[in-house]
Design a protein around this ligand. Structure first.
Ligand code: SPD
Length: 275
């Protein structure tokens, strides 16, 4: 008998993955957490019914959300990851020898605990002495730390419930305020087909706050529409990072061609966003 996990993030669209077994199923203080072993995509973390990552295709998300801003900034030293309790973005950030401190502001300790157990390919980045985990809400932390971070990565769930605030003008203002001069941020910024107006609003906010924001995209088959976009937010152009040497460690998604091509948008969406 086959068991399918079906996600319905949007009322008009569903997708599913075939499940081998349930590894964990728990209502945490904040959300319904499931860890599934799936047939093709390996272990998968599901929060409130939405796939967050799988072993097989998370590299498109984590390499793109991390390396695009990290490469754009000269020798990033201090990095903040908002959310990201699974450790995937942290693993990528710690590949840079220039990084002295990487702070992860994650609200749900259980996401960290289960991910440490079920995503061994992340190599336990928490054991790195440069990593600091703060189990708290990011808003207060951003408020307390103006001008502190060379790179900020907003590695969040979708804008539903408690995560909705992380897609607000207020969040973007605080995030940009927490950047050091020349610093860069990248945020989880949803799907061109399904979230057009949200992305437009965020882009307009990012334009008011910084000189060179831009939207880019990666393929992740287990996300709605087969992929997800990111907002690059900075005064420093993203093109600063093009052609720069990658830090040691294997890439499975990004390469110089993919880096550049990720910013090319399909015409319907380019018009919507950039006019
Ligand atoms: N629609 C799914 C979006 C999931 C974004 N969060 C991914 C977290 C991976 N670190």
């Amino acid at each position: 008998m086959s068991i399918w996990f079906t996600e319905e993030l949007h009322p008009y669209y569903r997708k599913g993955v075939r499940v081998k077994r349930v590894l964990a199923d728990e209502q945490t203080e904040y959300q319904h957490l499931q860890m599934l072993e799936t047939e093709y995509f390996g272990n998968a973390l599901i929060l409130d019914g939405i796939i967050q990552l799988t072993e097989r295709d998370n590299m498109g998300y984590h390499e793109m959300i991390a390396h695009v801003p990290m490469l754009a900034v000269e020798n990033p030293k201090r990095v903040l990851i908002v959310g990201g309790g699974d450790g995937g973005s942290l693993q990528q950030v710690l590949r840079y020898s220039s990084v002295q401190q990487a702070v992860v502001c994650e609200l749900d300790q259980k996401v960290v605990d289960y991910s440490r157990k079920y995503f061994p390919t992340f190599g336990d980045p928490w054991a790195d002495s440069r990593a600091t985990l703060l189990v708290r809400d990011a808003f207060g932390y951003l408020e307390e730390n103006p001008g502190q971070f060379d790179v900020i990565i907003s590695d969040t769930t979708d804008p539903i419930g408690m995560a909705e605030r992380l897609f607000s003008d207020e969040f973007y203002r605080l995030m940009v305020r927490a950047l050091a001069p020349g610093g860069a941020a990248a945020t989880q910024c949803e799907q061109p087909y399904f979230d057009t107006s949200l992305i437009k609003t965020i882009y307009q906010t990012a334009r008011q706050l910084t000189k060179n924001p831009a939207y880019y995209y990666a393929q992740i088959p287990t996300y709605p529409g087969g992929g997800i976009g990111f907002m690059y937010v900075s005064d420093t152009p993203w093109t600063n990072g093009l052609g720069k040497a990658m830090p040691p460690g294997a890439n499975n998604y990004i390469n110089p061609d993919v880096h550049k091509a990720a910013f090319a948008l399909p015409e319907f969406f380019r018009k919507e966003l950039y006019g």
